[in-house]
Design a protein around this ligand. Structure first.
Ligand code: SF4
Ligand code: SF4
Length: 131
């Protein structure tokens, strides 16, 4: 009886259409709740490193000296933690998947272009100095 059931399942599987999609040849279905990939607005990133500390997959690297933000797309599990913790909201979740990548080529590095505004100079009495 067991062999009969197994053969029936095997034949049914061979005859039916595959349950998977031929991604990336055929794009996956996206909904409003779908998570695609993390995107950064480098002009707003303040290199605080909070996203790197919060990332459970160690997919992020923030180098304050080199002013770079790097993500390893092959490590990222699209958990949304970095986006929730970013104090300046410069990270967003795009609604489409990343392009397929080869092994060891998931690293993407962005140069942080944020420039900290200068504090207004103060005179001896502590009041803002006039220009
Ligand atoms: S989405 Fe999650 S796993 Fe991906 S970089 Fe952000 S914190 Fe890390
Ligand atoms: S992306 Fe956000 S959390 Fe990460 S270093 Fe930049 S400002 Fe900080």
């Amino acid at each position: 009886m067991g062999y009969f059931e197994m053969a029936k399942t095997a034949i049914k599987t061979v005859m039916s259409r595959p349950a998977t999609l031929m991604y990336p040849a055929r794009p996956g279905k996206m909904t409003t709740l779908s998570r695609g990939h993390v995107v950064i607005d480098v002009s707003r990133c303040i290199s605080c490193g909070m996203c790197m500390k919060k990332c459970p997959a160690e997919a992020l690297c923030v180098d304050k000296e080199a002013k770079t933000w790097t993500i390893d797309r092959l490590r990222c599990v699209v958990c949304n933690s970095c986006i929730e913790v970013c104090p300046v909201h410069c990270l967003t979740m795009e609604g489409h998947y990343s392009s397929a990548v080869l092994a060891h080529s998931g690293l993407e590095t962005f140069t942080i272009t944020y420039v900290k505004p200068e504090r207004p100079k103060k005179n001896e009495s502590g009041e803002p100095a006039e220009a």
